[in-house]
Design a protein around this ligand. Structure first.
Ligand code: AMP
Length: 360
């Protein structure tokens, strides 16, 4: 059943970073208010939202008060503790729900889920100690990547296992009780697909895009991906299939590797707006952020049609200092996140450069 919220309702958002900020900006355009729940101070989303609760995710009183003060809740970060989500969901609907989060918070569960619905990944095995690492290595070989099962992002909690590396040192450098060893994929390129699924199960995908990383952080997204029509269709089908099978209500980024023989393997999925979907603000009829607002408020899905080709460049650290030059460029759409302090490796903003769509 679709629960339709009228304009002026309040959307609660777990997490206060730039994804929450851009969701709140899309919500404001449609006449909704946002209330941010986050433990940190000085957060980008609060600058554009009507209320903020600053409290830890295990503060039951604050969570319940938050739940009573909003009409629906979503999240901008998949590592919200599921206990917090369940506590709030007992009072107010939360999209996406705890079941999706449980899968996406743990790489081992995520990969089992994907393989269980017939989706290919890099070969992988669970690792809890040196002997299971050695067993995993015997199965997968080198080079491989050891990844902590939980709380990894932008290459954090990961280490390569190459010829000559000491397995015990690699295990210690990841430093997690639970991790997975993954075969190294010698990919031709990395792509991702943003997918949206409404409360009634309607699904829409945006076109597959190519992602280029620098120092494990997304640097550039090229939309659409310069891959064959077959690869793009395969990637979009995979995202569609995952959204349906996981019972997503919300938007999700699905990151994939395209192998040299044009196979598409899923790396990971993030059940929230995703950095590789930022270009949709300027390049599509409906952005990933507006779509999330539409979904949680029970409105019809918007068209995901791409009206322009786009290249999104993240502005990391002092790259954002180039804002005056970017603003002077025709066809460049600047987005700054209002972060007070510039730090190396910190996402300060992004710029999307549009070109006319060439294929129609
Ligand atoms: P992740 O945190 O899993 O998204 O990994 C971050 C980045 O590391 C990916 O976007 C890839 O560029 C690289 N990477 C992760 N896993 C693999 C793999 N199995 N083979 C090759 N590169 C990988």
């Amino acid at each position: 059943m679709i629960r339709r919220l009228p304009p002026n309702s309040t959307i609660g958002i777990f997490g206060g970073g730039q994804l929450g900020r851009m969701t709140a900006m899309a919500a404001a355009r449609l006449g909704y208010k946002c209330h941010i729940y986050a433990p940190e101070s000085d957060i980008p989303a609060s600058q554009v939202s009507s209320a903020t609760t600053r409290a830890p995710y295990d503060d039951a009183t604050a969570l319940e008060k938050f739940a009573h003060s909003v009409d629906v809740v979503t999240l901008e970060f998949e590592n919200i503790p599921v206990e917090a989500v369940r506590r709030v969901a007992a009072i107010t609907p939360v999209h996406p729900g705890d079941g999706v989060l449980e899968i996406c918070q743990d790489r081992s569960r995520e990969k089992s889920f994907l393989n269980g619905i017939g989706i290919g990944t890099a070969p992988w095995a669970e690792v809890t100690d040196l002997s299971s690492l050695q067993a995993a290595e015997a199965k997968i070989g080198r080079p491989a990547v050891l990844k902590s099962a939980r709380f990894g992002y932008d290459g954090k909690g990961q280490a390569g296992l190459r010829e000559g590396d000491e397995a015990a040192d690699v295990l210690a450098s990841v430093g997690a009780d639970s991790s997975i060893l993954e075969g190294f994929v010698d990919f031709a390129c990395e792509v991702s697909v943003m997918v949206a699924r409404g409360q009634d199960g309607e699904i829409a995908t945006w076109p597959a895009v190519e992602n280029r990383h620098v120092n494990h952080i997304l640097d550039t997204t090229i939309a659409p991906a310069e891959v064959s029509a077959e690869v793009a269709a395969k990637a979009e089908e995979i995202a569609h299939h995952i959204a349906a099978e996981v019972g997503l209500v919300g938007v999700m980024g699905v990151e994939m590797f395209v192998t040299r023989d044009e196979d598409v393997l899923v790396n990971e999925m993030a059940p929230r707006p995703h950095n590789s979907g930022h270009w949709t603000i300027d390049g599509c009829l409906t952005s990933q952020f507006e779509q999330l607002v539409r979904i949680v408020c029970g409105l019809p899905l918007g068209s995901t049609e791409r009206h322009s080709n786009a290249v999104m460049k993240n502005l990391i650290g002092d790259e954002a200092d180039a804002w005056p030059e970017i603003l002077a460029e025709p066809g460049a759409y600047l987005h700054l996140y209002g972060k007070a302090e510039t730090r190396p490796g910190r996402k300060m903003g992004h710029v999307t450069r549009l070109k006319p769509r060439t294929d129609k």
